[in-house]
Every structure is written in C-alpha cells, then in structure tokens.
Ligand binder design. Structure first.
Ligand SMILES: [Fe+2]
Ligand SMILES: [Fe+2]
Length: 264
C-alpha cells in the first residue's frame, strides 16, 4: 500500500458520503483515514503491523465496514492482538464490538481509568489489558509505551509511544481540521487552536501545557494525529508553540454553539 494507491481513494458507502484511505507512514504503521463529504475533520486509525498487530482507535461504529476493509489490505483483521482505546468516545471506540468479535485473541488496551469507569461498568465482556503510565505493550518489533494524560481532553485519556519508530499517538492533540494529506508539513497550529476553541474539547490549557513538558523531550520522529495528517519531527515545533501561546480551551462554545454563561 502506498501513498499513491488511488484504488483506495474512491468515495464509498452511505450514498458515496465517505472515503477511507490507507497509507503506510513509517515502517509498519498504517494510517487509515475516513473523511465524510463536507465533514470538518478526518477520523484516523493506526494499524501497527507486527507479530501481534495493534489497532489504535477503532473508528466510529458507522465506519466499521470501510475500516475493516482497509485493515484487510494490510493483514487479516482476525489477527489483531490489541485494540487500543485512548479515551472513551465514539470515534475512538465505536467499532470495538465487531473488531473484538472477529479477533478471538485480541485484548482491549485501555487506561486503568477507562477500564474501571467504562469497560467494567457497561455490559462489555471483553478481554481487557488495563495499563498505566510507563507500562509497555510488546508487539514483536514494536514496543508501545503508555503515557497517562489525565484531563488532556478526558479524565481517562492516555497516549501511546512506539519506541521502535519514535512515534507518538496523541489521539485528539495536534488535530488539524480539514481533509489533510497523510503527512502534514504545514504549520496549522493556528487552525488547530481555533478548532479546539470553537469545539470546546479541552476544559483548560493547563493540563495540555504541562503535558507538553513531557512530550517535547521525547522529540518524536512522528506524531500521528487522530484528526488530520501525521506530523514529522521537523514540522511539530509550530504546533507546540501554538499550544503554548494561543488560547484554545473551552470559552463557552460547544461545536460553535454558545452556552450561557461562558466561564470567566
Ligand atoms: Fe476525543
Ligand atoms: Fe478523536
């Protein structure tokens, strides 16, 4: 599968309303991106092809067939060993039931909080590996390290780092709106902050900025945003600067809809 694989780029499903593409970004890491026609962001999953393959985010329930077909271009979805949920929301977790049913040996990888607050309290009966900061999940060639990132978006949020390819999986951090190419070199830091502020997905800048002090020394070669494109090392600093300098937290708007009274 290459960046030029046009066959994967046709609009399909739901009256040609959405398109799913597959691109290998760096050795063994595939970005599976779904864009709705007229949608404001892409929804990306990352497939790590290894002895014990991992899917990072499942995608939405409604996107399952296309995402499954995209995975099948790389490997048999029944081989999935890990399905990682970086926080509990429909775009991260909506497809988990069917991926877990099809892959009999798979485990859900979730933060201890996600496992305790969500997986254990809804009627899910899946095999769960709950992980904490510093834990490692070994895929074979790739070693995946866990960063717990509470209140960076959600209470139960975590991020993953693939030590083998120096890849950060930051879920909704470093989002870029629009239909972006698989690899983004452009400075879209301002667009990111404006999108965050109108969507209202971070309660405060503070936990995000504290986390940047952990992420920047990691100096990731790749930052695989869940919405947008993957950001190579040289293109990341403007995004970090934007998060440090611009306001982006909730200021009384949820997806552009004003809630009164706004916080002071
Ligand atoms: Fe989210
Ligand atoms: Fe997301």
């Amino acid at each position: 599968v290459t960046h030029d694989q046009k066959a994967a780029r046709s609009w399909t499903g739901g009256a040609s309303r959405r398109r799913t593409t597959v691109d290998e970004i760096v050795s063994g890491i595939y970005r599976i991106a779904t864009v709705e026609r007229g949608g404001s962001v892409s929804f990306n999953q990352f497939l790590i092809d290894d002895e014990r393959p991992m899917l990072v985010h499942t995608g939405q329930h409604a996107h399952y067939e296309q995402i499954r077909a995209a995975i099948a271009q790389v490997l048999d979805p029944a081989r999935l060993a890990f399905v990682a949920l970086l926080h509990f929301e429909g775009d991260e977790c909506g497809g988990m039931d069917r991926f877990m049913q099809e892959a009999p040996r798979a485990q859900l990888v979730a933060s201890t909080l996600s496992a305790a607050l969500n997986l254990a309290r809804f009627p899910w009966r899946y095999r769960v590996r709950d992980v904490r900061d510093g834990d490692a999940v070994e895929l074979g060639q790739h070693v995946i390290r866990v960063l717990e990132t509470p209140h960076v978006h959600h209470w139960d949020s975590m991020m993953l780092v693939d030590e083998t390819t120096e890849s950060l999986f930051p879920s909704d951090l470093f989002l870029q709106p629009g239909d972006q190419p698989p690899v983004v070199h452009e400075d879209l830091g301002r667009d990111m902050c404006e999108y965050y502020a109108q969507a209202g997905i971070f309660a405060s800048e503070r936990p995000v900025r504290a986390l940047l002090d952990r992420l920047v020394p990691l100096d990731p070669a790749w930052t695989h945003a869940m919405h947008g494109g993957s950001i190579p090392r040289a293109a990341l600093p403007p995004f970090v600067d934007a998060l440090r300098q611009r306001p982006f937290a909730y200021r009384g708007k949820l997806f552009g809809r004003a809630i009164a009274p706004p916080p002071t």
